[in-house]
Design a protein around this ligand. Structure first.
Ligand SMILES: [Mn+2]
Length: 333
């Protein structure tokens, strides 16, 4: 990570390059969320509508509910060391510019640096591609992609609208988080006006869970520990919690939101033990006076993200990682 993570081009220039390209590969961070997948799908659609060859390459796992929403769209799953086959005029990486989120595809991407365009709304990243458009004021990568598609001069079709809507809705917690701006609502209004069925997308993306997820949530809440004078809540999930409930690793989505229902809670952390590799922590912070910058906190552990939502991988056993996070939170107030 470095602190020179900034745009070195304009959307107009990126649009011109993509309009000239014949074949484009689009990818995003591992375990794509609604914004990542929405951006991959919408940008790919704009290129397809121009008759170009598009490969949408995703690093699994893709949450099944999201895969279900877009099940008519072909996604290529990036498995192990297999590099993409073929020559691409451009590679676009959306919703991340951090090598830590691109581990699986990094060896190949490193050979494509000159052709790679990064489109992101995070505060920090690496030198993943020679061309970067970074707008940390965008609530979602999909906000930037919407502007890019306009610059390309391509009309939004129904799939584009659905994908962009899922992106902005999911990254703003369905228009609740502090990142949600007039620009977000204007895009949402445009998309709904064009026919997006927001209640159907909400049901498909947020209400399609399995009972195992709820059992896992019970475990997470059972682990809850209030720290920093009840201003922070820390939860942890161990491998046995997944094994005993039958829940999948991706089924922790949104758990960090739950303790925020308590008025005095300003920060929430969820730590998840991994079968292989370091313990993962997700951090959330409520906006307002004295708000804790969890991006700064995550960076102490080699991670990052946004001021109100961030994450890190901590190379310690989960019980030690919990203590380190608790200490970090107590220092942050
Ligand atoms: Mn995003």
């Amino acid at each position: 990570m470095n602190d020179t993570y900034a745009s070195n081009t304009t959307l107009k220039q990126i649009a011109a390059r993509l309009n000239e390209a014949q074949s484009v590969l689009i990818t995003t961070h591992a375990k794509p969320d609604g914004d990542a997948l929405g951006a991959v799908i919408a940008l790919g659609r704009a290129l397809e509508l121009q008759g170009k060859t598009v490969e949408r390459r995703v690093i699994p796992p893709v949450p099944p509910a999201l895969a279900g929403v877009f099940n008519g769209t072909k996604l290529v799953t990036h498995n192990g060391p297999d590099a993409p086959v073929g020559d691409f005029d451009a590679i676009v990486v959306v919703d991340t510019g951090a090598w830590s989120q691109l581990d699986a595809i990094r060896p190949w991407l490193e050979t494509q640096h000159e052709h790679t365009i990064v489109i992101d709304h995070h505060l920090h990243g690496d030198d993943v591609g020679a061309t970067k458009f970074i707008d940390a004021t965008a609530a979602a990568a999909c906000e930037i992609v919407a502007d890019l598609i306009d610059e390309m001069g391509v009309a939004f079709d129904a799939l584009t609208c659905d994908a962009l809507f899922v992106g902005i809705a999911s990254d703003t917690g369905w228009f609740r988080f502090s990142n949600c701006s007039p620009r977000t609502h204007q895009l949402a209004a445009r998309l709904q006006g064009a026919g997006v069925d927001h209640t159907a997308l909400y049901a498909a993306t947020e209400q399609g869970e399995r009972p195992q997820k709820l059992q896992l949530m019970v475990r997470a809440l059972d682990s809850l520990r209030m720290v920093a004078g009840d201003r922070a809540a820390v939860m942890c999930l161990k491998l046995k919690d997944f094994a005993e409930t039958g829940a999948r690793p991706d089924e922790t989505e949104r758990f960090v939101d739950v303790p925020q229902v308590v008025g005095d809670v300003r920060v929430v952390a969820l730590l998840v033990e991994q079968a292989e590799g370091p313990t993962r922590v997700s951090l959330r912070s409520k906006p307002g006076e004295g708000a804790v910058d969890v991006n700064a906190l995550a960076r102490r552990f080699g991670g990052g993200g946004h001021a109100r939502a961030a994450g890190a991988k901590i190379d310690r056993p989960i019980d030690e990682a919990v203590e380190a996070v608790v200490a970090g939170i107590e220092d942050s107030f």
